[in-house]
Design a protein around this ligand. Structure first.
Ligand code: SAM
Length: 483
């Protein structure tokens, strides 16, 4: 993690000026994790009366960067208000990113009065945050090569395309605003947008009332599956960090929180830039496309609004997969699937999906249950398993293909791929290869089991008979022709 712009020793002064109470924790450098929170004294555990548990840190609600705070800032800064009006109000993430972008610009300028935005506590706080974050959207293209064959290979590229499109749209919208138009011409702005996104992804949390938010001070807490603290909001909207166990925290111990207990290694690397060594979660999401040669493929992807993925998981030696899309992808017109274009009430044209003549446009994610009572249900399942087996096998081939690691310990010169990126990617590849191998074996068994199913045997037998009949008809026609 690259150095921030202000030394962390200046944080207590910032906290004092802004009423942030670091009561029993301080921010220190933690080996391999950047900064983190450490207990200044022994912290008692949760008492029976939860309301009397003392806060480790307390952050006033005015400092919490939420959708509400962005709106409040727009009221005091005219330039920001104009930017928010043309490019904001689409999502909390988008609005917070605009706020961070404005503050990143401001933090680069030595004199805030000179062509900047109105100062807030975040103007200084943002200078304590790292300028380089280990999430793969901030890796170089050489470093991203390390992700070849992992589930992150396509998601990171897709995310970078989205970021680039968002930035282009933003510059386009801001071009009518003289203040922002000048700034969007600066080369650092696209990098700032990627940085703002990485800061948001790696430091944002979900508060019970304020919703998605960034909380200064609290965002110095690192993750552990054996976390020692949790955060909450007080009735007046302040945010507190509280011990989470009865045993409390010993003086000098790192105070960690949980970033989510069910996140896969890929999700952790994607959002936070590290893989939790102690996590037991063995999950992987693979991207799915329409089947080659499926004439309905494009329409299926158009009408299906859920994630275009299949989720694979290994839990206590058992393999599970989940993909509402896959059940839609394997169905054909002959099975009873149909698309219709209808006119809506405003005269527009709308695509509708029918299954067995029933309109199921609003239920595209329910095909696993929609096929349940169909006489060919087991055949559909066999198709889904066969398609998945092929998808898993091609991913396994790709992930186990040797890639050349250009980085070595000596190769830390400028522009060389970083060793930490290589190690994180290697860990992800190992974990995902294990899941894929488990999945391949389980799918083979599942396929063999389905092939023994009486309805499948009968169906495949009748298909064979039809094919033989067609072949002999064709042969006798040919005999006729040449007789
Ligand atoms: C919310 S911030 C925590 C403060 C951060 N360490 C800093 O220096 O500003 C989240 C980032 O901390 C780092 N981090 C958190 N927990 C970690 C862990 N268990 N191992 C390695 N890095 C961790 C990752 O870089 C992550 O993106």
């Amino acid at each position: 993690m690259a150095a921030s712009q202000l030394p962390i020793e200046a944080l207590p002064a910032w906290a004092l000026l802004n009423d942030v109470e670091f009561r029993s924790a301080e921010v220190r450098s933690i080996d391999g994790k950047g900064l983190g929170l450490v207990a200044k004294n022994d912290i008692p555990g949760v008492s029976d009366d939860a309301s009397s548990t003392a806060a480790i840190i307390r952050i006033p609600r005015e400092l919490v960067l939420s959708a509400e705070a962005v709106e409040a800032y727009a009221k005091v800064d005219q330039n920001f208000r104009q930017l928010l009006e043309v490019a904001g109000h689409q999502s909390t993430r988008g609005d917070i990113l605009l706020y961070l972008l404005a503050h990143l610009i401001l933090s680069r300028r030595s004199s805030p009065g000179n062509k900047g935005c109105a100062s807030t506590p975040w103007t200084e706080y943002i200078k304590f945050l790292p300028r380089s974050i280990s999430v793969p959207t901030m890796w170089t293209s050489d470093e991203r090569e390390f992700l070849q064959g992992t589930s992150l290979e396509s998601s990171v590229n897709a995310k970078l395309s989205v970021l680039s499109r968002e930035y282009d749209e933003l510059s386009e919208k801001a071009s009518a605003l003289p203040f922002w138009n000048d700034l969007f011409g600066e080369p650092e702005m696209m990098e700032d947008w990627i940085l703002a996104d990485a800061l948001y992804r790696s430091r944002c949390l979900e508060l019970p009332h304020a919703g998605h938010a960034m909380v200064p001070g609290l965002d110095m807490a690192n993750h552990s599956p054996n976390y020692l603290a949790r955060y909450d909001e007080t009735p007046d909207g302040d945010v507190v960090l509280l011990p989470s166990s009865e045993s409390g925290v010993s003086s000098g111990e790192e105070i960690t929180i949980s970033y989510g207990e069910a996140k896969s290694a890929a999700e952790m690397l994607f959002s936070y830039g590290f893989i939790d060594q102690e996590s037991a979660v063995k999950e992987l999401a693979l991207h799915l496309d329409a089947l080659p040669d499926d004439p309905l493929g494009k329409a299926k992807l158009h009408i299906y609004k859920g994630p275009r993925t299949v989720q694979l998981s290994l839990t206590e030696g058992n393999f599970y997969w989940h993909s509402p899309l896959l059940y839609l992808l394997i169905l054909n017109e002959e099975d009873g699937l149909a698309f219709r274009v209808v006119q809506d009430t405003s005269g527009g044209r709308e695509l509708r999906l029918l299954w067995q003549d029933e309109d199921v446009t609003g239920r595209t994610g329910e095909f696993e249950s929609l096929i349940q009572d169909h006489p060919l249900c087991q055949i559909f399942k066999l198709r889904a398993v066969a398609v998945l087996e092929e998808r898993v096998s091609s991913q396994l081939d790709r992930i186990t293909t040797e890639i050349s690691y250009g980085a070595t310990e000596q190769s830390q010169a400028a522009n060389q791929p970083r060793v930490e990126c290589m190690l994180a990617a290697e860990k992800l590849r190992d974990l995902e290869a294990q899941i894929l191998q488990g999945a391949a074996a389980a799918l083979e068994n599942e396929k063999a089991r389905l092939l023994l199913d009486a309805r499948v045997v009968t169906y495949l037998g009748s298909m064979e008979d039809t094919q033989n009949e067609q072949a002999s008809n064709l042969a006798s026609n040919e005999d006729d022709e040449f007789s």
